[in-house]
Design a protein around this ligand. Structure first.
Ligand SMILES: [Zn+2]
Length: 337
């Protein structure tokens, strides 16, 4: 680590003891919640982000045994419309590097390599970004274990998620995870019933259950286990399978939601496209919706008010169908898992 990076880390990272007054206990989730209190008190941008969130409008579409919400959230404009091509990324200043953070932004250490920060443009009433300390590319293959540890450390209050570099991450050049208040995404509560109604168990042994889910508008694979090595192996198998079926050399497009309650629940949504067709339409047909993990969890974000009012049930169905893996490829992927 260069001294420039060390100085930035020393400025940003707070010790848990300094957050006791804000409710920090011994668990990492309580330290995270305390950091949020601290930042609401001391960082005006964050305070105004949460003030805007308090007045956001929501619509709701009922489906068979589940719901999809739509949130009008103007604060997400930058993220939804972000150009994430290589040239645009190279030309901008990385907003996750500790040395570039606003002067009032603080964080807490997660292990030696990650820092948890409060997201100043929240979707959840408790929304964090957890970047690596170094500016290294967004990739899940080597960092999946960290996602699991983070989900476990925060699991009593938060769901942790990952957006692939080509399907939702607005900083594809800087490795990071996110976490949001548990119970906010409909999928958190719907999961057991969705598995029961729409799930097909593809593997079940002592400490691993793999379930393929179809009929929930977006196809996904769920892994449940209490063993990190078993989950890492199962996930590596899925990645290899996706690469093979999709003839992909790079990381296959995917979003992941990870929760922990006695054991891990890891939901992997393989993607077919980054953005739905209507994102690129000309004129009236254009709608600025750029789905990532939160949308797949059942909260679709529209940063523009006109889009918020124009979203229909049919459009939600079409969006999920377009951006997640089609039936034929999905079946081929899950076949040998
Ligand atoms: Zn960076």
């Amino acid at each position: 680590m260069t001294s420039y990076h060390r100085d930035a880390a020393a400025r940003v990272v707070m010790a848990p003891e300094d957050l006791e007054r804000f409710g920090a206990g011994s668990s990492f989730s309580s330290i995270s919640a305390a950091l949020l209190h601290h930042q609401r008190e001391n960082w005006p941008l964050l305070r105004s982000g949460y003030a805007s969130l308090a007045s956001v409008e929501t619509r709701s579409f009922e489906f068979d045994g589940f719901v999809v919400k739509v949130q009008f959230n103007p604060g997400r404009m930058t993220s939804s419309s972000a150009n994430v091509d290589e040239q645009s990324i190279r030309g901008r200043r990385c907003f996750l590097c500790l040395s570039h953070l606003p002067p009032k932004q603080r964080g807490v250490a997660f292990g030696d390599s990650y820092v948890l920060l409060c997201n100043p443009f929240p979707i959840f009433p408790g929304h964090f970004t957890i970047p690596h300390r170094e500016h290294i590319p967004q990739r899940i293959e080597e960092s999946f274990g960290v996602l699991l540890e983070l989900a476990k450390a925060m699991g009593d209050r938060y769901t942790v998620f990952y957006n692939g570099p080509r399907c939702g991450a607005s900083a594809p050049d800087h490795l990071h995870f996110q976490a949001g208040l548990k119970g906010f995404m409909p999928i958190d509560a719907e999961y057991p019933e969705v598995i029961r109604r729409y799930g097909r168990v593809v593997k079940e042994n002592q400490d691993l259950r793999s379930v393929a889910v179809e009929g929930y508008l977006r196809r996904f694979i769920a892994f449940e286990s209490s063993s990190r090595p078993i989950l890492e192996e199962a996930f590596a198998g899925l990645l290899a399978r996706l690469k093979l079926v999709l003839s992909e050399n790079e990381e296959p497009m995917l979003n992941i939601l990870a929760a922990y309650e006695e054991r891990w629940k890891v939901l992997v949504f393989p993607r077919a496209r980054h953005r739905p067709s209507f994102f690129f339409a000309e004129g009236d047909g254009k709608m600025l919706i750029s789905p990532a993990a939160v949308d797949l969890g059942g909260v679709c974000i529209t940063p523009l008010e006109k889009d918020f009012h124009r979203v229909t049930r049919e459009l939600v169905v079409k969006m999920f169908e377009e951006v997640t893996l089609g039936k034929a490829e999905f079946d081929e992927v899950v076949l040998p898992l």
